[in-house]
Design a protein around this ligand. Sequence first.
Ligand code: FES
Length: 163
Amino acid sequence: MSDISRRKFLQTTSASALLLFSGLGRESQAASVQSYPSKKIGNIKNLKVNEPLAFNYPDNNSPCVLVNVGKEASGGIGQGKSVVSFSTRCTHMGCPLTYNNGRLVCKCHYSMFDVSRNGQTYQGLASQWVAQVVLRLDAATGNIYAEGVEGLIYGRIGNLKLS
Ligand code: FES
């Protein structure tokens, strides 16, 4: 292999690796949005900023949280687009996540996920973003419905499997 072709090979593989690793976030999971039967999980009038509401979705083995983060958030609903919802299973090894002032925090190995940015991981051992629940707001009643999940819920080979 000549120097030029070796250089071109390295540039190509480096660019490919960059693309691969930059795709580890939600961008690569965009195609993994899975619809589920609609479930009423709360009412926007009852939500207070930074006071999370726990529920299970899409089945009873999948704990989630609904929260108004008090500022615009990716995938948020409501007047300020500030109401979001996530799985509360850590993507590292499945430990429970707790909501704390705009973050989902894992006490097992201290991973943290940004709930304003689609559950992006920014600290700790978890490399995958936490699964985000797709929400719908009924403007007439204020009821909030879960209608799908974006990203893989920890412990499942795919979100098509309900248990
Ligand atoms: S299980 Fe959450 S960081 Fe390890």
